[in-house]
Design a protein around this ligand. Structure first.
Ligand code: DGJ
Length: 735
């Protein structure tokens, strides 16, 4: 039983082989955390872990219990107003203007499996035996509001997840001012804080800094999870590195505005909070209504950052990415965007498709520019029917030809947006997010449709349903190329304007849900000007994401390295593009472009007609090679070895699930003259097993502890910047 309730002391112990998470009911009926970390032995009670004592200038809850103050108690879902002065997990405004809450423990339920979260993406389990769930019910009798805190722990993974639900039982209308998914109080602050920072073209770069007293946070108020911050953060012990040491990871399954915050108190306690950003958020609860927070996933690792990432990869592959494509190998694709932009006609598309088929591409993707009057950025968005001037045979004609070439067919859409120059906007100018008295800002000449409105949702659903039901489309790239401004909805009353951001997300998820269930065999890839909305929320529906518009192999080393902190290789769209690169102008060898892009869901994004016959031959070989090792690249165990944030040499490896194949990628960025010797130590091999590499055999122990001599073999193209080399190791099975 991985969830244990100690009735006498009202303690809950969630545990598996790797971790323990312990909390209890406090004297005032709230919940207090006792421990989160490496697995503890089962004891009669852990109440000794509740530290308290008298401190001057403290407010106390009871006169006859002079040490009980929430300020010095590690809370489980922090409540402001009654002796705690730190940032709370929730706040509820009541009819009389009070924001004081008093949620008292009423009871709990422990059961196998994990229920679904209605309307929101979440970790799912198909077999009850893999996880156990605890639901705690607390009630505030002043307002008749019920709070349910849910915890699920996985039996064989260092993973648990949390979320909260508020339900108004009584007649009073209350307003949630803040409803985070979790808060967690830790007893010390001996951590580095890590998160993924970025911008367009340099998404998810690693940021690490020591915790300091006071607050540090990451957030988005852009209406999407954003390129700037990702809904992920980790606390790592300062001595922890990629391979060893304690790391706590937090990842929010949500694609909209979010907050991730760490507060260190003056007494060295650390509060971790995560959820929907409280700015621009309110939610009214009338009798019988409820509010469900998104889910946050917690990973505990005592094997460094790689241990944390591997746990996120496993749980997201097995319990987040769903449906037909969730666990399936993804096709090698070619996308026409970098080759053609908006500038193409039917013949050019088919010429590229024929070339793609001849080198072994499996999925041909027609990107932006195929619909409405879409010949440039200023027109067409909102009108999801084919432009017959450009493509006279229509979509059906193109699709038949592509299928006839033995490839699948994919199409780009951007359903959340509209151009003013479109039939949809002309018919419904009030359907965009805007306020009638304010100017309307645009991004790339496009405006955001007000997805919080039912009629908007329905129109786009109908258009996309028609598109997908009338054509044999195998893949959809779902783009979103601007952040939201002037977020105000003409479809909702004044008192519900604080709900628009989240109502937008709920209908976005509903649209994805209905389309993916109506067309289960279509592979969806999400995109947002590259990786501007790469988050677990969308991975639930679209099991791969375009990682970045920056396709330069050298820049991609940082982007893919950072992205891999949370997201599995199969979820990352990685393409080879032309050289010099369109985004940064850097020339790189085709081999290095391939060697970087192999570590993900692989494809191309260039005009094959411009390629020299030798290059076409090399591309053919790359595709054949990728197909041979595809299951390892997409579903293997990924380990980072040398960080692009630390030195010129970068390395990583991926091992097939059974360990019989290990592929190592080694990349040298800038060459330095007369370098010293270097060895690359591999990880996670079987010490006693023999591995074959380039016709020689090595023990696993040799490769891990002595390492591969990088320098004194001609492994990388000598004296060349941006060279790379793959090592393919095969375990020799004993006969
Ligand atoms: C942004 C995407 O990231 C690109 O790959 C491409 O699809 C363009 N949008 C098309 O407008």
């Amino acid at each position: 039983m991985p969830i244990n309730y100690k009735e006498k002391t009202q303690e809950f112990h969630l545990y598996n082989e790797s971790l323990s998470y312990i909390f209890h009911v406090l004297p005032n009926g709230h919940l207090g955390n006792l421990y989160y970390g490496k697995r503890l032995n089962e004891e009669v009670s852990y109440l000794r872990l509740r530290e308290y004592g008298y401190r001057p200038l403290t407010s106390f809850v009871y006169e006859d219990e002079p040490s009980f103050s929430l300020q010095h108690t590690r809370q489980e879902y922090a409540c402001y107003g009654t002796t705690d002065f730190s940032l709370p997990a929730f706040e509820i405004e009541q009819a009389d203007g009070s924001c004081l809450s008093h949620f008292v423990y009423q009871g709990h339920r422990i059961f196998p499996g994990k229920p679904a979260l209605a309307g929101l993406p979440h970790l799912y389990v198909t077999e009850e035996a893999v996880a156990q769930t605890l639901e705690i019910i607390l009630v505030d009798s002043n307002t008749d509001t019920q709070l349910t805190l849910s915890y699920t722990i996985f039996n064989d993974k260092p993973v648990l997840s949390r979320h909260a639900r508020f339900e108004q039982l009584g007649g009073q209308v209350v307003k949630l001012q803040r409803a985070l998914s979790m808060s967690l109080d830790l007893p010390d602050w001996d951590y580095d804080w890590m998160h993924l920072d970025g911008a367009w073209g340099r998404e998810r770069h690693l940021q690490v800094s020591p915790l300091h007293q006071g607050s540090q946070s990451i957030y988005s108020l852009k209406g999407s999870s954003s390129a700037e911050h990702n809904p992920f953060m980790a606390l790592k012990r300062p001595t922890a590195d990629e391979h060893q040491g304690e790391v706590l990871g937090f990842s929010l399954i949500y694609s909209g505005n979010f907050l991730g915050q760490v507060d260190v108190s003056s007494f060295g306690q650390t509060r971790v909070s995560m959820g929907i950003h409280p700015d621009r958020f309110t939610w009214l609860l009338e009798k019988g209504e409820s509010f469900q927070t998104p889910e946050v996933v917690l990973v505990y690792s005592d094997q460094g950052l790689n241990g944390m990432s591997q746990a996120f990869h496993d749980v997201y592959r097995e319990h987040l990415m769903r449906g037909f494509w969730g666990q399936r190998e993804r096709p090698v694709l070619l996308n026409n965007w970098e080759a053609m932009s908006f500038d193409f006609d039917e013949e050019q598309i088919l010429t590229l498709a024929r070339k793609a088929a001849s080198v072994g591409v499996e999925l041909f993707v027609m990107d932006d520019g195929w619909f409405g009057d879409r010949n440039h950025e200023r027109a067409g968005l909102g009108d999801w029917s084919v432009n017959l001037d450009k493509l006279p045979s229509g979509l059906t004609g193109i699709i038949d030809q592509v299928h006839g070439l033995g490839m699948k067919f994919g199409l780009w859409i951007e359903p959340e947006m509209v151009n003013k120059d479109s039939q949809l906007y002309r018919a419904h100018p009030d359907w965009i997010l805007h306020h009638p008295k304010h100017s309307q800002s645009h991004g790339r000449y496009q405006y955001t449709l007000d997805f919080s409105r039912e009629e908007v949702y329905q129109n786009i659903y109908d258009q996309l349903y028609k598109l997908l039901s009338e054509h044999e489309i195998d893949y959809i790239k779902w783009d979103m190329n601007r952040y939201m401004t002037e977020v105000y909805s003409l479809g909702h009353p004044i008192e519900r304007q604080g709900e628009i951001f989240h109502r937008y997300m709920l209908n976005l998820y509903r649209l994805y849900e209905n389309l993916t269930s109506s067309f289960p065999h279509v592979l969806f890839e999400s995109c947002s000007s590259g990786g501007g909305r790469f988050d677990p929320g969308l991975l639930y529906y679209a099991p791969q994401t375009w990682t970045s518009d920056n396709t330069d192999a050298i820049e991609r080393l940082k982007i893919q390295y950072g992205t891999s902190m949370v997201y599995p290789l199969v979820s990352m769209g990685c393409h080879v593009s032309e050289s010099p690169n369109q985004q940064v102008g850097r020339p790189t060898p085709l081999s290095t472009r391939g060697n970087v892009a192999f570590f993900g869901s692989f494809g191309y994004e260039l005009d094959l007609s411009d390629c020299h016959p030798d290059e076409l031959e090399e591309i053919k070989e790359q595709i054949a090679f990728y197909k041979q090792y595809r299951s390892t690249f997409q579903f293997g165990t990924f380990t980072r070895l040398l960080s692009p944030f630390e030195g010129e040499d970068v390395a990583w490896q991926v091992a097939s699930k059974d360990g019989s194949q290990v592929i190592v990628g080694f990349y040298r960025r800038l060459v330095t003259a007369n370098l010293g010797l270097a060895r690359l130590r591999l990880k996670g091999l079987d010490e006693q097993a023999l591995y074959e590499l380039d016709g020689k055999t090595y023990y696993g122990s040799d490769l891990m502890y002595a390492g591969l001599p990088i320098h004194n073999e001609v492994h990388v193209q000598k004296d060349k910047d941006f060279s790379s080399r793959l090592y393919i190791l095969k375990r020799i099975e004993e006969s």
